[in-house]
Design a protein around this ligand. Structure first.
Ligand SMILES: Cc1cc2nc3c(=O)[nH]c(=O)nc-3n(C[C@H](O)[C@H](O)[C@H](O)COP(=O)(O)OP(=O)(O)OC[C@H]3O[C@@H](n4cnc5c(N)ncnc54)[C@H](O)[C@@H]3O)c2cc1C
Length: 545
């Protein structure tokens, strides 16, 4: 298992301590000694040549252009042109973002960052951006891995970033309907903190939970880490409020409605193109009281996937049904013996979860018990499940360190039907490995199922290869393109939960119906006739690019 000592340390600092390039707070980026230790572990584990540790470009040497436009007087109180602020808001946190940030390249930096405190200020930002003819990029936590917040502003008088972070309050709580209305800039921990006194929870835990926001989750159709039901933000949203250049948008609250296409669904996945999401009513749950878990190991991948399919089609709905291939299990320290591992868990309010766990295990074949079954409170925090959980939460910090040792490392994900899975998996792994061999000399591809459905799994791949100094971005692009091509040709979607952004746009264009694309573009034109909102994300920019 790859470890950095101080990852578990609890930090609660103000947001301005966030790194301008890495995941999380600047102070949590490991010092050279810790990274040297990690580099030695990586070389030994993956049989890579010795890795050279480098230091990131210091904040005072970042390369970014002078602002092209200034804040109008009406926005001066909420605007910043501070270079570090602009740098922090330039990129998301995908591999090319981390790499360019590490090297100090902030070419596409916004000209200024706006921090609205309420809806009236959001409206003013939209009006002033239209007046100045600049692109306006809604920004939540900046954790996009698909170029969702990186805008070059081609054809516009500049780029303004609209950071929603100050709009982070619980506005209304309806305990009868068990729903709450939050402002869109609230991060995962702050949202849960505001619900805790009421004994309620949203229980939406993407891996980026620490910094991503409610508005970002809705705009990207985020997936939480539960493997079945109640994991997509789509299902947790009751109604959304947004402001578009053409006016306000406030959907009514219904538990369900069959009245035509759902207005909330148009904003879900709109990636900042159709309006600024300002608040949303969310469906809540009581905290679970009972947990049950087990860890099974399989020598044979086909037997493991068949077992997972049987569970997914059983109607049992485990909260955790995460299948790790042998490389993924090794990378996360869950198992070093070469077996594939299935982490299976249930949670709920009664001991019925114990019965469900036993029933789910009965659906499996060709396995051995690795750990458990465990019942009760610690069921998902002890043994391999606990090891997995810690590694999962530490992974974003780990990636930044891997970038600093010159590695080319990224993840990509898809969903496909069970019938398409065997051919897709074989083709994607072969294509990604071949590209790693060709461009990096060697490399590792690992795989896990993040979510499972009766008709197919969401499959998540990690690749990692040695980089050549100064060439890492080209190496990464070649591997990513090979993987994307293989996914598309084998019948997988370009994304199960990472969204489209700018990185996946052409692949998205290839998988959606043309008539739908035209209807979506018409909606965009109606809501944002001047085309100032996040041009180029999800849909082409009306001014090219
Ligand atoms: C380490 C890591 C782990 C991740 N794990 C997961 C995961 O488990 N599940 C998952 O689904 N994703 C994951 N992601 C991707 C990312 O965290 C999600 O896409 C997340 O929903 C983005 O939220 P954000 O607040 O950071 O949005 P941002 O990155 O700031 O923005 C993303 C997009 O949403 C738009 N947007 C943001 N806020 C608003 C708003 N208020 N109104 C309108 N548009 C808005 C932006 O314009 C942009 O197009 C991960 C990313 C990283 C780096």
């Amino acid at each position: 298992v790859l470890t950095i000592d101080f990852i578990a340390e609890e930090h609660r600092m103000s947001d301005n301590t966030r790194s301008h390039w890495a995941w999380g707070h600047a102070s949590r980026f490991p010092d050279p000694e810790a990274r040297q230790n990690l580099a030695e572990q990586v070389s030994a584990l993956l049989r890579f040549p010795a890795l050279q540790i480098e230091d990131p470009c210091p904040p005072e040497q970042l390369r970014l252009h002078a602002p092209r436009s200034r804040a109008p007087a009406s926005l001066a109180a909420i605007a910043s042109t501070d270079p570090l602020d602009r740098a922090r808001h330039t990129y998301g946190r995908g591999y090319p973002d981390l790499r360019r940030g590490f090297e100090g390249d902030f070419g596409p930096a916004p000209d200024l960052v706006l921090y609205p405190r309420d809806e009236a200020e959001v409206e003013r930002c939209l009006a002033e951006a239209a007046q100045a003819d600049v692109a306006l990029v809604p920004y939540g936590g900046g954790t996009s891995v698909v170029g969702g917040v990186e805008c070059d502003g081609r054809g516009y008088a500049g780029v303004w970033c609209l950071d929603m972070g100050r709009m982070n309050r619980l506005l209304q709580l309806d305990e009868v309907d068990r729903c709450a209305r939050f402002e869109a800039g609230v991060t995962g921990p702050h949202l849960e903190e505001q619900l805790r006194p009421h004994g309620l929870t949203l229980r939406h835990y993407p891996q980026s939970f620490e910094f991503s926001t409610l508005g970002g989750w809705i705009a990207t159709r985020a997936g939480g880490h539960y493997s079945t039901i109640y994991t997509h933000i789509d299902d947790l949203v009751q109604s959304i409020e947004a402001i578009a250049p053409s006016g306000r948008w406030s959907a009514r609250r219904f538990p369900a409605s069959g009245a035509g296409p759902d207005p909330n669904r148009l904003l879900l996945g709109s990636e900042g193109r159709l309006g600024v999401i300002t608040s949303a009513w969310m469906r809540l749950r009581v905290r679970p009281e009972r947990r049950a878990s087990v860890c099974l190991s399989f020598e044979d991948w086909e037997e493991a996937t068949a077992s997972v399919r049987a569970i997914a089609q059983s109607g049992l709905h485990p909260t955790t049904c995460r299948l790790l291939d042998r490389r993924e299990a090794m990378l996360h320290g869950v198992s070093m013996d070469g077996d594939h591992v299935l982490l299976l868990g249930f949670e709920g309010s009664t001991t019925a979860v114990d019965v469900c766990l036993r029933e789910a295990v009965l659906r499996c074949s060709g396995f051995a018990y690795k750990s458990g079954p465990h019942f009760g409170d610690g069921a998902q925090s002890s043994g391999p499940a606990g090891t997995w959980r810690e590694a999962f939460m530490a992974a974003p910090y780990l990636y930044s360190s891997l970038v600093s040792m010159g590695l080319v490392v990224d993840t990509f994900e898809t969903a496909c039907t069970w019938s398409a899975l065997p051919a897709l998996h074989e083709r994607v792994v072969a294509a990604t490995r071949a590209a790693l061999r060709e461009r990096c000399g060697q490399g590792l591809v690992s795989c896990r199922f993040t979510h499972v459905y009766p008709d197919g799994p969401a499959v998540y791949y990690t690749f990692i290869g040695p980089g050549r100094p100064g060439e890492q971005l080209q190496q990464w692009r070649a591997v990513k393109e090979a993987a994307t091509r293989a996914l598309q040709e084998a019948g997988g979607t370009i994304t199960h939960h990472h969204a489209v952004g700018r990185l996946h746009r052409s692949a998205y264009e290839a998988e959606r119906p043309d008539a739908f694309a035209a209807a979506l573009e018409a909606a965009r034109q109606s809501l944002d006739p001047q085309g100032i909102l996040n041009p180029g994300a999800l849909l082409p920019s009306p001014r090219g690019g």
